[in-house]
Design a protein around this ligand. Sequence first.
Ligand code: SF4
Ligand code: SF4
Length: 348
Amino acid sequence: MLFKILDKSEFRSLLVMLLESHEVIAPRVIATGQDGRPLHNYLPVKTPEEMDLGYETTLNSAKTYFLPYSENLSTWDFNEADWTQNISYRMQPRAIIGLHACDINALLKLDKVMAREFYPSPYYISRRKNSFIIGIDHTPCRGAFCRSLGTDTVNRGFDLFLTDLGDRYFVAIDSDRGYSTLHRVTVRDVTDEDTGAYLEVRKRIADGFDPDLPVKQLPNLMDIEFNADVWDKWGARCLSCGSCAMVCPTCYCYGVNEAVAMDFTSGAKVRQLYSCNLADFATVAGGHNFRPPRESRLKYRYYHQHRGFVETYDEPKCVGCGRCSRTCLAGINPPDIFRDLLAKEEQS
Ligand code: SF4
Ligand code: SF4
């Protein structure tokens, strides 16, 4: 990893340069919350001034720029006795500015599933390869538990990563294109004073987190507490709306439908993101539903995040961003469920 110092005025020049050659996505204020604080989402911007890099978090994750909620995998046209199929991958360059460490870690987890050696998704890979990513350090978000999961810092999966030192950024460079892009503006080498300031900022951020949740115990705990009434308690509240999976940066379950025009001249194969909390998620041909109770659907979402994914990849799927807690109208949130499971084990 290489490090450089970038003055903020030069950072603006870098953004202007990227805006000339890329579709640029960045956190933008979209509304004001009930508590009077601004609400943000990752959205296209046309000028650096539209970005708000001091944001706390976004309502939706940046997942949609890699796994859209809905996309055509292919389309086809029928022409008399012949037909043509059209498949296209996104090739236009895109720059995503201001991703936090948890969201970059989320992309690394999606890579494990969507860009693995067998059955990789070319749709995902083309978007990933054509996305220039600039991450940024930030003070801890309310309700996030990324530090417990080790996703509050990141050392790969981005092109540039910024830490705000006041009038300048401490920049970590993790790719050739990050290096060459950064060197199109004026940068300088890191001094001892910069390193001292960087370490101070990092310490302040680390000290700002809530105490760790004991997440390392979770896979084992979940095995033991598979039949615990904790799942009934939280499942009874669940509205089966699926919002938690939509905003989650690492939920990737999807369904594929074929839509054929009424006159049979054309059609499309459409992939649509889905949620394991939706009532028909485990319904198969013939109408049998393997998970009719919402308690069991909620439970399996947590088992995939903190048990199944660990078994396959040696790490949880969840990055602790807290978006599912914020979006859930029923107040269902991972830290409270973990605490209930731990309390259950302590009682037994
Ligand atoms: S946990 Fe909350 S957000 Fe998720 S499906 Fe249930 S009610 Fe909806
Ligand atoms: S499960 Fe919730 S906290 Fe974990 S990554 Fe998904 S949205 Fe974030």
